[in-house]
Write a protein of this length. Structure first.
Length: 406
């Protein structure tokens, strides 16, 4: 396979993330080789990737040889010390989660490897997949091969587990990133993973923004408010945007870029997700987002049986439980990969917020500094056992600490 690359960045994610959009961004921003592994597999098999994966289940040994030939062809065309490769970590076929058989050889092709696992809200991801089927772009892909929301979340969890496994190899670092982060955030993350300068910045720092979510959403519901115009959610998002704008060397990790725990009547998951229900995200994103998304819409029958899944109360209860566990693991992954934490208004409404406090505790256990911005009206009586890190009176103090311009 020739000489090893100095650094390889693997961009990954389950279907519906649309890796091609990320690869297009990488091509525009960096003068480095960019390729997608599945394109080479499809060329070798003269068939769509889902058919090639199907053959792995039917005749594994003979199919493996062709997969390896595709990898060899791709690596043979890389003529630089760094490269960006799009590749799935796992595949979903016939209710099997199938690890990409080329992963070990792929990560062995470079001295340093970054794996970026992109995460998208399941309802928008599945809407994109259903749209592709309706447009005839994936003929036969879901014939007897349903992909319902639960299956999608389990597949995504398998990707996360595989990324963690790869990280144990020593030369691999895995990062999680919500697709709904800003375009600028995507640019900075790629530059960081590639160890390439961007906009005059040579080194980037990752910061996780920990902030109240559930109680803000509850207050907006009580006021019959739209989260996109509700004072507190708008203020939190304004802070994130200002931080990214004023600090050119900061990569913001935002927990609300993947927002799936959208509750309706009776504490049940909403089956129709409207824009007003969803926590606001940057408008300048990789994708356009259309609302509402109705999980019981007949078009989803193209990829799963609506009547037996999203139309069922019991199914939606199970789905809610899975989402709750994935929120926790994803947010703690952000804490782990960040260089430091900013707790924005951790005592909003003059009360405590369990999620924020857990994230601060985890950050402290990892010896990561925590900066807390506490507004005067939010202050709680100090407790000797509750530490919010370095408490700042305002955002300007944070920018001073971070040495950001303004």
């Amino acid at each position: 396979m020739g000489e090893k690359l100095r650094r390889l960045v693997i961009v990954s994610g389950v279907s519906g993330v649309e890796l091609n959009k990320i690869l297009e961004l990488a091509r525009r921003e960096f003068r480095l080789p960019v390729a997608k592994l599945e394109d080479y597999v499809e060329e070798e098999f003269h068939a769509p990737i889902y058919e090639a994966v199907e053959l792995l289940l039917i005749s594994r040994q003979s199919s493996l040889g062709r997969f390896r030939k595709a990898l060899s062809t791709m690596l043979g065309g890389l003529r630089d010390t760094k490269a960006i490769i799009g590749a799935h970590l796992t595949y979903h076929r016939r209710n099997h989660i199938i690890p990409n058989p080329l992963l070990w050889d792929l990560v062995s092709s470079a001295y340093e490897v970054y794996v970026i696992l992109y995460i998208e809200d399941y309802y928008h991801a599945l809407a994109r997949i259903a749209e592709r089927v309706l447009e005839g772009r994936t003929p036969g892909a879901f014939e007897g091969q349903p992909l319902d929301p639960l299956g999608y979340l389990y597949w995504r969890a398998s990707d996360y587990a595989t990324a963690s496994l790869l990280e144990g190899l020593g030369n691999v670092r895995a990062l999680v990133y919500g697709v709904k982060h800003s375009l600028e955030g995507h640019r900075r993350l790629l530059a960081y993973a590639l160890d390439e300068p961007l906009g005059g910045v040579g080194r980037f720092k990752g910061v996780y923004i920990s902030h109240p979510i559930s109680k803000v959403r509850a207050r907006a519901l009580e006021a019959n408010g739209d989260l996109w115009s509700f004072r507190d959610s708008v203020d939190i998002e304004r802070f994130k945007a200002d931080l990214e704008s004023r600090c050119g060397n900061i990569i913001v990790y935002s927990p609300t870029t993947t927002d799936e725990l959208i509750i309706g009547e009776g504490e049940s998951l909403k089956k129709v997700v409207e824009k007003r229900d969803r926590w606001p995200h940057p408008e300048n994103t990789l994708h356009d987002y259309r609302y509402p998304v109705d999980l019981t819409d007949p078009r989803f029958n193209e990829i799963y049986d609506v009547g037996k899944t999203t139309a069922s109360k019991g199914y939606m209860e199970v789905l809610k439980g899975v989402i709750e566990t994935q929120v926790e693991s994803r947010d703690l992954a952000y804490v782990n990969q960040a260089d430091f934490i900013v707790a924005y208004r951790p005592t909003l409404y003059s009360t405590t917020h369990t999620g924020v406090e857990v994230e601060i505790d985890v950050a402290h256990s990892l010896s990561k500094p925590v900066y807390a911005i506490v507004h005067e009206e939010d202050k709680l009586e100090a407790h000797p056992l509750r530490r919010y890190g370095i408490i700042l009176r305002g955002e300007d103090a944070l920018y001073t600490f971070l040495k950001c311009g303004g």
